[in-house]
Design a protein around this ligand. Sequence first.
Ligand code: C2E
Ligand code: CA
Ligand code: CA
Length: 599
Amino acid sequence: MSKILVIEDEEAIRENILELLEAEEFEATGAENGLAGVQIARTIRPDLIICDVMMPDLDGFGVLMALRQDPVTATIPFIFLTAKAEKADLRQAMELGADDYLTKPCTPEEILKAIAARLERQRAITQPYTLALRQAAERLNHLVHYDSVTNLPNRLLLRERFNQVISKRQDEHKSDSKTQENESPLASAQQPLNVQPVPLLFLGLDRFQRISDILGNQGSDRLIKLIVERITTCLSRQDTIARLNLDQFAIILATLSQRQTVASVAQAILSSLNEPFSLEDGQIFLTASIGITFYPNDGQDLDTLMKMTAAAMSYTQKLGGNHYQFYATDIKADYGEALVLEASLRRALEQSEFHVYYQPQVNLQTGEISGAEALVRWQHPTRGLVSPAEFIPMAEETGLIVPLGEWVLQTASAQTQKWRDAGFISFRVSVNLSGRQFSQADLSQRIVRVLETTGLNPDALELELTESILVQNASMAIATLNELKQLGIHIAIDDFGTGYASLSYLKQFPFDTLKIDRCFVQDVTSDTQNRAIMTAVIQLAHNLNLKVTAEGVETRAELAFLSQQHCDAMQGYLFSRPVPAAEFETLLSAGKRLPMQVV
Ligand code: C2E
Ligand code: CA
Ligand code: CA
């Protein structure tokens, strides 16, 4: 039922209209002057307002102006009710933003027709928007649990499924032991919980990164889908396969327990992948490696099991791959590869092979550079520039990310202070923080030390954290973030949309900026789903008082869309790639900015 407010000082006219509206099943409210009308509109938020022009104190124009200035009432459809003699003033009314006018005296049909037309227009405006919001919410929810390329469950859903399988087996076990209980209650009470083992498989595609580099993102996604199809044919409907990252999957075999049968499933998967894959670019040959563990024999919880299963997988992969391997205790000692890598990363840090590059972040309101993201680069003596995508995960694994990340923070802070001293006083630097760094007990002391030695104001520093880091241990994360915020440091959520968390979940973490991942910015002009998501996320973020930075903006069309949606800042190749400090300084001094006609 639509709510209509009638503001009219002449009682007879007001009562007439109210009666008419009530007869038509509207929820009608009257106001006897302009001031009362504005008050009532703010409290009841009607769907439409009919308002007289000539009234003592606050006239109809004053009412309209007051309503349009208040965000709560700004968009309510507004129809003027005016005597013939006042018609000359109507141009002013329309300029103020009135939607329609009725000339007194008017017939009931005229009034109802004007109302129906306005309400219909309003519905047409708001409906696609609510639909887009709902779709976005559904999509965000889907992101929480599924991998976007293959539609397979991700780690989070894997955990839920794992718990379901375990509790089902425990129930089965209980009902089994109940039957025994009838025969001998004592015997069953002393039995340890001995459920049927649940097999967990960890599948890694051998040397897949190389194939993926050659095929590019799209080709590699297509290949992954074909791979998943083949694996799935070897599984039963009750089994779960989850995608963990680019080239790794976990599988729960929900109905099997015997080593022998599990081994034959693993072998069937490997054989199915040995047949070549036909893509447009030609035939692709690949192999995989599988590690296998059993709950509860090898581990009592999923995290422990995953580690062991992954170790078994790496073990067989190192021996050449295309094999499966049951977990055995001696595998634990096998970290040979990681040690070699750790040594070369450590050497790189000592020999200053790392450099910090800076990518401008641009304020979309002014078009000016407002800050930069610091991105580390490895200048390898023989391999050339190595991408962080390659060595950050390894540095994370070996723990070397801690000294490396701290070096980046130190270098970027010192550099930023130089630029601020040189006159770029509001310049802010964003530094990525890894999970390992974030979980250090003395993190804020370490950061304070860096700020003190470099003289950098905490307000000039933003730390970027990914959702997955926060979600791992939410209560600790909130405490740490609060500590950092108290220092005056800004916090950004990085790669928003690619992790497990929804925005409503993330609300509990105190952060200032939301960086929307490139995958949502991409093709935003042609991909309607991405457009709906971007629109909804920007809107939701602003409602939560967050600034939004769009990452990976490559085209003018993407930029135009973002400005139109009031996105706060952008970062991307369109403006500049990440560049060495000296080159960045040139951008700053030259005052490089976005051309304002696109902003
Ligand atoms: P990120 O934090 O999401 O950084 C943004 C990445 O997107 C950077 O890749 C950047 O070069 C790239 N990028 C920026 N604009 C565009 C664009 O328009 N198109 C495309 N295609 N890409 C764009 P980069 O430098 O290779 O860094 C990769 C990741 O490595 C970063 O992703 C971050 O997670 C990590 N990383 C880099 N430096 C550090 C660091 O100092 N510490 C930590 N912990 N992680 C770092
Ligand atoms: Ca980042
Ligand atoms: Ca990012």
